[in-house]
Design a binder for this molecule. Structure first.
Ligand code: GLN
Length: 265
């Protein structure tokens, strides 16, 4: 592709289309994945989480439908699985009013058990608030009983988490916000390498209903197939009653995990 001439407005890199199917799987049903705010909240490869879910769904024999929701869009009906990524403080300020206007819809979906994966910036805004390093308070939608305070210390690097549900989770963090969990919520796991939620309690991420919240980018799901399959299984069981797994090709995930596990902090 010829590069655009200098000064051409930058087009977002998230895709509107799925990559071509390698081999059409017999469809056991379809699953609608909604990615929240990919235009403003999509850093360090977070879009890859949606692509992994779509590809693994195909491997399991289900047809994925991938939708995007950005500021000002109509909220789609019949969503089975929701993913949201991280962003700069400025991106969080851009989406905050629209996100607040969707608080009741998202809360209803969350309380009803819709599986969701929210990373970093959207993890923070699914909580009560994020007070940025510069002192602005960005209100969250309060689905998660967590609060976040920006600090001068930026937490950056590779992370390994021990999770009681998902084993070792590997990823990469880069945030100024430090999150603490309230009494009504459990962490996703504890950090064996890296920092996670904050620099004091050794916890990373949060678990509530079928929501997985995490600081980890990378993207996260290509290296963590058990987590991907939890989200997929939950979405399929909610929609169809039972999940009949296929045979995903985990060879690249295994290599990516080996590589990520060897990386220094
Ligand atoms: N802007 C937020 C912070 O710095 C979230 C960063 C992110 O999503 N990586 O804490």
């Amino acid at each position: 592709m010829t590069p655009p001439p200098p000064g051409t407005p930058h087009e977002p890199t998230f895709g509107h289309e799925l990559p071509p199917e390698e081999s059409p799987a017999p469809s056991k049903g379809s699953i609608r994945i909604l990615q929240l705010y990919p235009r403003d909240m999509n850093i360090y490869g977070d879009w890859g989480n949606a692509l992994v879910l779509a590809q693994r769904l195909r491997w399991h024999g289900y047809a994925p439908e991938l939708l995007e929701y950005n500021v000002g869009d109509a909220f789609p009906a019949d969503v089975d699985l929701i993913v949201g990524g991280g962003g700069q403080d400025s991106g969080q300020l851009v989406i905050k009013d629209d996100l607040l206007s969707r608080a009741s819809t998202l809360t209803e979906l969350a309380e009803d058990g819709t599986p969701m994966l929210v990373i970093c910036g959207l993890y923070q805004l699914f909580g009560k608030f994020f007070k940025t390093r510069l002192g602005s308070v960005i209100p969250g939608i309060g689905i998660l009983d967590v609060e976040t305070h920006g600090t001068e210390e930026r937490l950056i690097g590779n992370v390994s988490v021990s999770s009681p549900e998902f084993g070792t989770i590997l990823g990469y963090e880069n945030h100024s916000g430090q999150t603490t969990l309230g009494p009504g919520i459990a962490p996703l796991g504890t950090t064996a390498k890296g920092t996670g939620n904050n620099s004091s309690d050794g916890q990373e991420g949060a678990r509530y209903r079928n929501i997985v919240a995490s600081y980890l980018h990378g993207s996260l799901l290509p290296k963590n197939p058990d987590l991907s399959d939890f989200l997929i299984r939950t979405a399929v069981e909610r929609k169809y009653g039972t999940f009949s797994p296929g045979q995903p090709d985990d060879s690249y995930a295994v290599l990516a995990r080996e590589h990520a596990a060897r990386r220094p902090r």
